[in-house]
Write a protein of this length. Structure first.
Ligand SMILES: Cc1cc2nc3c(=O)[nH]c(=O)nc-3n(C[C@H](O)[C@H](O)[C@H](O)COP(=O)(O)OP(=O)(O)OC[C@H]3O[C@@H](n4cnc5c(N)ncnc54)[C@H](O)[C@@H]3O)c2cc1C
Length: 160
């Protein structure tokens, strides 16, 4: 038999079924992973502050600037019409952020703010305005200048 014909026969009989089986196992494994994934535990997401007090004021200020930048940019790029899954992802992120924020006393204050002003996740606009408003609450407490939330989209670009 010619080598090319032999090769194609080999491919049909051995390699193709093996590839198909491998593909099936991968799909099965990822489906198992999804089934085994536990429900998100609300007690974990909404739990208490994790970090201790942050005494160094320079680190605290730098951390604050970077964190606000992250939060406002996240809102500027959040979908205009998010799915339920995307809304829950953002809501859970904010609550976990409030638990794990590296400045413990800031996180404590932020959790108190969240209790009165829960995250608004229905749209990009709602999320951006919410982040601007809670930042202004922190600004007021720290006796900083208020930001005009009407200008939020000019300051934090979607980059879309
Ligand atoms: C969740 C959180 C809680 C914090 N809690 C405390 C705390 O309890 N005690 C403490 O000492 N520090 C806290 N910080 C840090 C504090 O908010 C400041 O980040 C830090 O004092 C540095 O201030 P800054 O003047 O450089 O400007 P930042 O407040 O860091 O703001 C950075 C830039 O964002 C823009 N900006 C200002 N206000 C708004 C707004 N409302 N919306 C959009 N953009 C705005 C301005 O251009 C400003 O220069 C917290 C930070 C975060 C993220």
């Amino acid at each position: 038999m010619r080598p090319t014909i032999l090769f194609f026969l080999l491919l049909l009989l051995i390699i193709l079924p093996s590839l198909l089986y491998l593909n099936y196992s991968i799909i099965q494994t990822s489906e198992e992973a999804i089934t085994l994934m536990p429900e998100i535990d609300n007690n974990v997401v909404r739990g208490p502050v994790v970090m201790p007090q942050l005494k160094n004021s320079t680190i605290k200020a730098e951390l604050g600037q970077s964190s606000w930048k992250l939060l406002h940019t996240m809102m500027a790029r959040f979908p205009e019409h998010p799915t339920q899954d995307e809304k829950e992802a953002l809501r859970n992120f904010i609550y976990l952020f409030s638990r794990l924020y590296p400045c413990g006393e800031c996180a404590q204050e932020f959790q108190a703010i969240l209790a009165k002003h829960p995250p608004q996740v229905s749209s990009r606009e709602a999320a951006s305005q919410w982040a601007c408003a809670v930042h202004n609450i922190v600004n007021k407490r720290l006796q900083k200048e208020m930001f005009d939330c009407g200008k939020i989209a000019d300051k934090y670009k979607c980059g879309c």
